[in-house]
Structures are given as C-alpha cells and as structure tokens.
Design a protein around this ligand. Structure first.
Ligand code: UD1
Length: 377
C-alpha cells in the first residue's frame, strides 16, 4: 500500500504546542490503523523564525518533541525578509521531499510562507486554527490568517465563528472541518506535569506551602511594545497594579529589547512589578494556572485562561478569539493605562465568572484532525 508523506511546519513559539498533539495523534494513528487506511509518515520542519533557546529548544524539551527533521534557520528580519527566506528555503524542502500534504498551524509569518510555497507546487495544504479574524488588517497575523486560509485545502477550525468567517470569504464548506482546539490538547495533557514545576519557589512567590496572590503579564504585539508612549503607559499601569499584588512579567525578547532601547528600565522595575526572562512551557503553565489575574496581548493565552478559569484582561482593542469573551474569562481592555488599572482592580475584587468550556476544547482536536487526514486521497 502506498504511504502518504506529510510535512508539519513549526516556526515560532506559539506553534510548538500546536504541532505536538498533531504529531502524537499521527503516531497513534500509524500504530493502531487497520485495513485499507494508509500510513501517514511525517517530517517536522522548523523554520527557525524563533531561535533563542528560551523561545524554541526548551519547548521541544517540555513538550517531549523530537528534534526537527529539517531546520531552515531563517531567523529574524523584516516581514518581507523573514517571509521571503522561509518561502525560498521551504520550497527547496518541498521539491526534495515531495510531500503529499503540508500542515501549517497558527498565524505567524512561517505559516503563510510555507503554505504559499507548497500551494504553488500543487501540494495540498492543511491549516490548523483556520478562520480566526480580528478584522484588524494592521495586525500582521490577520494578513497571514486571511491569505493562508485562501490557499488551504483543509481548514481546521476551533469554533463555529471561524467556520462562518471562512464561508463569508468564499471558502467552500466541504473544506472546513470544525475539530476544536489543539492548544487545549497540549494544555490538558501537560497541566499535571506543570503542577510539579518549582517556578513559584524560584520566583519567591511561595513561602513553604502558602502561595502568594499574584498577577502574570505577557506582551509582545507591535502596537503595545514597538511604540514608546504605548509601552510606557502600560508599564505605568502595571506598576500601579503591582502596588496591590506582585506582578510577574516574563518578557518576550522583542519587549525586553524595547524596554531597554526606550530607556524604560526604571519604569519596569517598580516595587511589585518584576520582569523576568521568557519561561518554559511547563513553568509558564504552572505560573499562569495559579495566578489570580492574567494581563496579555497574546492570542493563545486568551484561550488557555478560558480553560483554566483565570480572569484574563486582554490589552488590545479587538480579538480574533471572541469565543473567549462569550464563553471564557476574557475581557478586552485596550492599552489605556487608566482602563487597564480599573479593570484589574475590578477583576481582583469581583473575579470573573467561569463558564462552560467551548465545544471540542476537550483534548481531542488533534485526533479529529488525523481522522480527516486519514481519508485523504
Ligand atoms: C511572532 C509572531 C506572532 C506571535 C509571536 C509569539 C509573526 C508576524 N508574529 O512575533 O504572531 O504571537 O511570534 O512570540 O510571525 N527575537 C529574539 N529571539 C527569538 C525570536 C525573536 O530575540 O528567538 C526578537 C528579535 O529581535 C526579532 C523580534 O524578537 O526581531 C521579533 O521576532 P519575530 O519572529 O519577528 O516576531 P514576534 O514578535 O516574535
């Protein structure tokens, strides 16, 4: 029987926890498949968009991922440079390996570049996490999402909103598969391991058995961290919240660089505000799961806090994940310092009501994806 060859692509930090469950589900399928179903062999390609050990390697270790089969080593650059380098290098991989399918995840530059290289060679593309829309085209990720979806053959969605967005953009229904959230697959399969992390002790947030109440912050969106005025205002707000409870801020390299360049280091080291280096997957999951409040501009963290039931304030004016507001604990607060502080005080006093998790955010999304791929011609 002929075998199918699949290339899975990961490039940046939020990709690793999305490909891991798909790889595991493919292993399981290959191990247990019977009868006429074809084996789905796969290769993992790392584009190298993220390259610091703390942004990449450590995630492979925490998620139990094997080293990538192929590493493109593209690194940082402008959007055109980064996207262009991935496009050129990934095309060579496709020509050499001749895969039957390329699977891309999320919305980073590597996602679009690999989807484009593959589709121009008439290789079918599957997009995991398709259909999310912020309707804000100033976000580079929004452009990546729209274009990747237009050229994909299998569109795997996390929610029905996404299905509707795709239909509105003219994608035929037969290509759309509502499978749930692979990020939640990773969260649910690692939360018990994460609970064993000693990150609270290492950050001095736990005195023997009594954990302190604290908030966690992550920020990396260009609109929040590339502009001095915006970043300064947010840091001032975090400093104010830090007077109530300790605020731990594992800073993305881009954010750390700008805090330094904009001369905001003193603003970022108030009494209750602590900037630390990026954390590993398990340390961050542990820290987040025990926090009383999360402030973020990340997409994935809006979803993770929805499942963990932790109040989440999103420092953006819009979200491509509105389901986390309707069904989760997420509140949009923008980047105005007064609004951030007021929302944080409110959440700390009243909490945010936890609701039922969204449908199919149940740890089995990757299995549903593989069930669809197994029927591939
Ligand atoms: C990228 C994604 C974003 C995702 C984020 C998660 C795009 C357009 N953006 O943003 O959607 O939410 O990853 O982190 O693809 N840098 C390092 N070390 C690294 C990686 C980056 O120092 O390992 C620094 C470099 O100065 C680089 C900057 O961070 O120029 C930005 O990196 P880049 O990959 O361009 O975008 P992110 O901001 O990480």
């Amino acid at each position: 029987m002929t075998r199918h060859k699949v290339i899975l692509v990961a490039g940046a930090r939020p990709n690793f926890m999305k490909v891991a469950p798909v790889m595991r589900a493919l292993d399981e399928y290959n191990r247990t498949r019977r009868g006429k179903t074809r084996p789905l062999d796969y290769l993992l390609v790392h584009t190298g968009q993220h390259y610091d050990a703390s942004m990449s390697q450590i995630f492979f270790e925490d998620l139990g991922l094997p080293a990538p089969d192929i590493h493109l080593g593209v690194g940082s650059g402008t959007h055109a440079e980064q996207t262009g380098k991935v496009l050129i290098e990934f095309e060579k991989v496709c020509l050499r390996e001749k895969p039957d399918l390329v699977v891309v995840v999320g919305d980073v530059n590597s996602t679009l570049a690999c989807a484009l290289a593959a589709t121009k060679l008439a290789i079918p593309v599957a997009h995991v996490e398709a259909g999310l829309r912020s309707f804000d085209r100033s976000m580079p990720e929004e452009i990546n999402r729209i274009l990747t979806d237009q050229i994909s053959d299998y569109l795997f969605t996390t929610c029905r909103d996404a299905d509707r967005n795709l239909v509105r953009e003219g994608i035929p229904k037969r290509k759309i598969h509502f499978v749930g959230n692979v990020m939640v697959d990773s969260l649910l399969s690692h939360i018990h391991l994460a609970a064993k992390s000693d990150i609270l002790e290492r950050l001095g947030l736990k005195d023997q058995e009594t954990p302190e109440k604290y908030a966690v912050v992550t920020l990396h969106r260009p609109s929040n961290v590339d502009d001095r005025k915006a970043l300064k205002g947010i840091l001032r707000a975090l400093g104010r919240i830090g007077r109530k409870i300790p605020v731990v801020f594992p800073a993305h390299p881009r954010t750390a660089k700008h805090i330094e360049e904009f001369g905001l280091k003193t603003k970022a080291s108030g009494e209750g505000l602590r900037i630390v280096a990026p954390l590993s997957y398990l340390d961050f999951l542990c820290l987040m799961s025990k926090a009383v409040l999360v402030l973020t501009d990340s997409g994935g963290i809006q979803e993770e806090t929805t499942i963990l039931g932790i109040p989440c304030l999103t420092l953006r004016e819009n979200t491509e994940r509105p389901i986390t507001i309707r069904k989760g604990t997420n509140v949009l607060v923008g980047s105005d310092p007064k609004r951030i502080v007021a929302a944080a005080y409110r959440a700390l006093e009243k909490g945010i009501r936890r609701k039922k998790p969204p449908r199919y955010w149940d740890g089995m999304a990757a299995e549903r994806i593989v069930r669809v791929l197994a029927k591939m011609e």
